[in-house]
Write a protein that binds this ligand. Sequence first.
Ligand SMILES: [Zn+2]
Length: 326
Amino acid sequence: MGHLKKYYIMAENELNRRRTLNHEIQQSHIAEAEKAIPELSALRKKLSASGAKLSSILISGGDITKKLQQIADENISVSRQIKELLVKNGYSPDYLEPVYSCTKCNDTGIYENERCSCFLNDVKKFQCADLNASSAMNLCSFDTFELSFYSAKADSNGVVSHDRMEKIFNYCTEYARDFHLPVSGILMLGGTGLGKTHLSLAIGREVINNGYSVIYGSAPDLFNQIEKEHFSSHDEDNDTLQLLKECDLLIIDDLGTEFESKFNYSTLYDLINTRMNKGIPIIINTNYLLSEIQERYSGRIISRLATMKILPFCGEDIRLMKKAEF
Ligand SMILES: [Zn+2]
């Protein structure tokens, strides 16, 4: 388990936090309903007193079957009265029941003797958050993306940067807002400073807010980390590649700036291929032209990239324009 142990503990704490919160919600439901329906309190006391009765019967011994049956019948009748009262007063019949965030495992974190998917998703989210800690995910949003930096005049090819970028912006906002799985990936092409990183981080931020696990990293950082772990002798250090294959959305920034090596190529193919087979997307940003990508990467990587939505960014370097404003 290695590194994972830390995230399992975090997920366990998260589960406890949720249980406490849900218990408080249930208690507030009970308090509210008892205030609105005065008869409820006595009925609920009857129910909880049956537990004590039960233990005294068990201790007394003898022919207890009949007595137990009597208590069970009483409980059913009292429960029914409670539900009827609730409904009569405009509440749902299970308003006083425990509240669960995950109805699959009832917030135990265990389902069919295995870790429940809710728990494993939390583990994944904590891992991703850790990897994203140093990224600018929190700084880049769709709101801070400025279309006014793109020219409204046609360039020598007849392309109006502002119009094309507006389409790209709209595509990205919709992609993030309607994010679901499976979905295809995005290949963002264009020179430096055209807003690729900004928009991909904005997508990442929104998709995280929608409850998905997202990892963002620059190609050199991600590949260096994977390589380091691959050649490390500690098993517990091999978490990153697995996580990159499994997170709901992977964003690789600046593809092409990683070190050229067989290891990195096969890792890239492995990542793209595994994720595409599972229907979980990658967003890839690159300063390379399509022809340069073709020169650098193998046919099997290209054919996979070609199935992604291609967004050709255009305009002038926004970072320089922003600086020039001062
Ligand atoms: Zn669960």
